[in-house]
Design a protein around this ligand. Structure first.
Ligand SMILES: NC(=O)C1=CN([C@@H]2O[C@H](COP(=O)(O)OP(=O)(O)OC[C@H]3O[C@@H](n4cnc5c(N)ncnc54)[C@H](O)[C@@H]3O)[C@@H](O)[C@H]2O)C=CC1
Ligand SMILES: O=C(CO)COP(=O)(O)O
Length: 330
C-alpha cells in the first residue's frame, strides 16, 4: 500500500481549505484546486482563503491551483465540492487522476436529480478511481484552528481505508477507518436534513425538550433509512451519524441548523440561510423520495421537505408530527 504522500483537494470552500490544512499538518504535500482563478491568486498571495475561511493561514505545504491538470500526480483526491456539483467536477477530474487513485468523497448529500449516493456518483463519473468517503462531526473552522476533531473514513477495502486514515491523521485530527461506505455517507447526508428540522424548532422557540426529542427521533429515522439502503446500524451509532447529528442539531454554527432557525423565525425559504450552503435543503426531497420507494417512514424529514416546498406551514407540520398515531418507540 502506498503512503499517500501527495494529496489533491478538489474544492476551495471552507471544508476543502480546512482539509487541505489538516492533510498538510499530517505531513502530506497538498494541491488545493478551486475553480475560481481570482480566489486562487488571492490564496497564493495572502496564504489565506479570504472568502471562505477568513483568518486561517494556509499551511506552507498547501499549493493552491485553478488548473485541474495539476492534480495528475496526486496519489489521493479528496472531493470537497457541494453534493449537487460533485458529478460535474468528478467527470472533469476523471481523465486527470492516475488509474486506481482513491477518490474520497467529503461532500455530504444525495444527488437531487438522480437520487444517487455520492460514492455511486463518483464510481459512475470516475470508473478508474477507487471510491471512499470521509465524514463525521467536524466544522471547518474547528479543524482549521487545530481544535481536536475525529472523523471516519470508509473504503471497500479495509487496508485502503486504514492507509488513508493514517495518511490524514495528526494529533489534532483523528481519522477512524471502516468499510461501511454506505452507512458513513448516509449519516453525513441525512443529518443535514435533520439539522434543518432542529433549527426550525429553535427558531420557533419550541423549547430544548422538543429539540432533544427531535434529535433522538431523527436518529431513529437515520438508522431506519440506512438499514434499508445497505448501511450498518452500528456505523450510524458512530461519528458519521450520531456524532454529526449531535453537533449539527445543537449548534448555531451549523449552516443547516441556522437555515432552519431562519425558517422557524418566519423567513421565506429563498431568504433563509443568507446564501450560505445548506446541503440539507437540496437533499431533503431526494431522501424522502428514496425512503418512500423503500417503504421507510421518515416523518421528520418529510416535514422538512413539506416546509421547503411550501406545501405546509411550520405550525401545521408540528401539529401533524405531534398527533401522529401513537406507537412503540422502536
Ligand atoms: N464547512 C464545513 O464545516 C463542512 C462541510 N462539509 C461538506 O463539504 C461540502 C462543501 O462544503 P463547504 O466547503 O463548507 O462549502 P463552501 O460554501 O464553503 O464552499 C463551496 C465551494 O465549492 C465551490 N463550488 C461550487 N460549485 C462548484 C462547481 N460546480 N465546481 C467547482 N467548484 C464549485 C465554490 O466555489 C466554493 O469554493 C458540502 O457538502 C458540506 O456539507 C463537510 C464537513 C464540514
Ligand atoms: O457537516 C458539518 C459538520 O460536521 C457542517 O455542517 P453545516 O454544513 O451544517 O455547517
Amino acid at each position: 500500500m502506498t503512503a499517500f504522500e501527495a494529496i489533491g483537494v478538489v474544492g476551495g470552500g471552507a471544508w476543502g481549505t480546512a482539509l487541505a490544512n489538516a492533510a498538510a499538518r499530517a505531513g502530506r504535500s497538498v494541491t488545493l484546486w478551486a475553480r475560481d482563478a481570482s480566489e486562487v491568486a488571492t490564496m497564493r498571495d495572502r496564504r489565506e482563503n479570504v472568502r471562505r475561511l477568513p483568518g486561517v493561514r494556509l499551511e506552507d505545504a498547501v499549493s493552491p491551483t485553478a488548473d485541474l491538470a495539476d492534480l495528475r500526480r496526486v496519489d489521493t483526491a479528496l472531493l470537497v465540492v457541494p453534493a449537487q456539483a460533485l458529478r460535474g467536477v468528478a467527470l472533469a477530474l476523471a481523465p486527470v487522476l492516475p488509474t486506481g487513485c482513491p477518490a474520497v468523497v467529503c461532500a455530504k448529500g444525495i444527488e437531487r436529480a438522480t437520487g444517487s449516493f455520492m460514492t455511486d456518483v463518483t464510481s459512475e463519473a470516475m470508473p478508474h478511481a477507487t471510491p471512499a468517503v470521509l465524514s463525521g462531526p467536524s466544522f471547518a473552522e474547528d479543524v482549521s484552528r487545530g481544535l481536536p476533531t475525529a472523523v471516519v473514513l470508509a473504503a471497500a477495502q479495509e487496508s485502503l481505508a486504514e492507509a488513508l486514515a493514517q495518511a490524514l491523521s495528526s494529533s489534532r485530527f483523528r481519522v477512524y477507518h471502516g468499510v461501511d461506505m454506505r452507512g458513513v455517507e448516509i449519516g453525513g447526508a441525512a443529518k443535514n436534513v435533520l439539522a434543518i428540522a432542529a433549527g426550525i424548532v429553535a427558531g420557533r422557540r419550541l423549547g430544548e425538550s422538543a429539540r432533544a426529542a427531535l434529535t433522538a427521533r431523527g436518529f431513529a429515522e437515520l438508522t431506519r433509512f440506512a438499514r434499508a439502503f445497505g448501511g450498518r446500524p452500528e456505523t450510524l451509532m458512530g461519528l458519521s451519524g450520531l456524532g454529526d447529528l449531535i453537533l449539527t442539531c445543537g449548534s448555531a454554527k451549523s449552516r443547516n441548523f441556522a437555515f432552519g432557525v431562519d425558517l422557524g423565525e418566519g423567513l421565506p425559504v429563498g431568504e433563509a440561510g443568507h446564501g450560505k450552503l445548506a446541503e440539507g435543503a437540496f437533499t431533503a426531497r431526494a431522501l424522502v423520495e428514496m425512503a418512500r420507494s423503500a417503504g421507510v417512514d421518515l416523518p421528520i424529514c418529510e416535514a422538512v421537505d413539506a416546509v421547503l416546498s411550501g406545501r405546509v406551514g411550520i405550525d401545521d407540520v408540528v401539529e401533524r408530527l405531534m398527533t401522529r398515531p401513537l406507537k412503540s418507540e422502536g
